[in-house]
Design a protein around this ligand. Structure first.
Ligand code: ADP
Ligand code: MG
Length: 242
C-alpha cells in the first residue's frame, strides 16, 4: 500500500502540488488523471524519489520514504518498477540489456540467471526472441512493452507507469492496459498509472485520483464516476481534454 499525505511541490514560484492526500491499494490499478500541467508527472516523481517534495510524506507500507537517506531508500527502490513517459529505453542498449540493467545494479544474480529472467519478462509481454533488437528497431507499442518488461524485471511490489498509452493506437492501448492489470494481480503490486486515456479510466480505474491545478479535485472509482450524482464531474471530465 502507498499512502501520500499533504504533498507540496513548487518549482520556483510555480506551486505545482498543493497538499495532495491519497491512498493506493495493493493488487489494484490506481489512476492519476487531470489536464495537461495539473501536476500528474510531478506527483509520480515525488513518490518515487525523482523529486523531493517540499512538504508531506510518502509511505510505502508504512515506511516514510521521504525521511530515509539515499542508502536506506535502496531496499524500497529495489521494489519499485517504473515505466517512464515515452518509455525512456537506453538507445545504445539491446532490448535484453535494457531489461537486465536493474538486475546488474541491484542483484547478485549470475549472467545466466539474468538472461533467464530477461527471457521470462520478454515472454510475459509477448516479445519472445526479440532480445537482440535495439530500441530504434521497435514500434511504439513494442517499446512500451519492453519498458514494461524492464519495469517487472525485479518483480516489483510497486509499479509506476507514466502515460503508458500515449502515442499508441486504441487496440494496442487496450492490450497495454490489460497487461498492466494482469501484472498488478500477478505481483499483488500497488500500481499507479498516470493517464490521459478515458478508455483506461473506464477499463481499469478502480481508484481514480483527479488532479486539477495541483489539487485533488475528486477521487473515487470508475463506477462512482458513472453515477448520476457525479454528473457535474463527468461533464467536466468529458468536456475538458485530459
Ligand atoms: P502533467 O504531468 O499533469 O502534465 P507536470 O507534473 O509535468 O504536469 O507539470 C506540472 C507543472 O510543473 C507545469 O507547469 C510544468 O511546467 C512544471 N514543471 C514540471 N517539472 C518541472 C521541472 N523539472 N522544473 C520546473 N517546472 C516543472
Ligand atoms: Mg505528465
Amino acid at each position: 500500500m502507498i499512502k501520500i499525505e499533504q504533498i507540496y511541490k513548487s518549482f520556483g514560484s510555480n506551486e505545482v502540488l498543493k497538499g495532495i492526500d491519497a491512498t493506493f491499494a495493493p493488487g489494484k490499478v490506481s489512476l492519476i488523471i487531470g489536464g495537461s500541467g495539473s501536476g500528474k508527472s510531478t506527483l509520480l516523481k515525488c513518490m518515487v524519489g525523482l523529486h523531493e517534495p517540499d512538504k508531506g510524506r510518502v509511505l510505502f507500507d508504512g515506511k516514510d520514504f521521504s525521511k530515509l537517506s539515499f542508502e536506506d531508500r535502496i531496499p524500497i527502490r529495489k521494489e519499485i518498477g517504473m515505466l517512464f513517459q515515452n518509455s525512456a529505453l537506453f538507445d545504445s542498449m539491446t532490448v535484453e540489456q535494457n531489461i537486465i540493467f536493474s538486475l546488474d545494479m541491484f542483484t547478485e544474480m549470475s549472467k545466466s540467471e539474468k538472461l533467464d529472467r530477461a527471457n521470462f519478462c520478454l515472454e510475459r509481454v509477448n516479445l519472445k526472441g526479440r532480445n537482440k533488437l535495439y530500441p530504434s528497431e521497435l514500434s511504439g507499442g513494442m517499446k512500451k512493452r519492453v519498458g514494461i518488461a524492464r519495469a517487472i524485471a525485479m518483480s516489483p511490489k510497486y509499479l509506476f507507469c507514466d502515460e503508458p498509452n500515449s502515442g499508441l493506437d486504441p487496440e494496442t492501448s487496450i492490450l497495454i492496459d490489460e497487461l498492466i492489470l494482469e501484472l498488478t494481480e500477478e505481483y499483488n503490486a500497488t500500481t499507479i498509472v498516470v493517464t490521459h486515456d478515458m478508455n483506461s479510466v473506464m477499463g481499469i480505474g478502480e481508484y481514480i485520483l483527479y488532479l486539477y491545478k495541483g489539487q485533488k479535485f475528486w477521487e473515487g472509482s470508475n463506477q462512482d464516476m458513472m453515477r448520476s450524482d457525479v454528473e457535474e464531474l463527468n461533464n467536466f471530465v468529458f468536456a475538458s481534454p485530459l
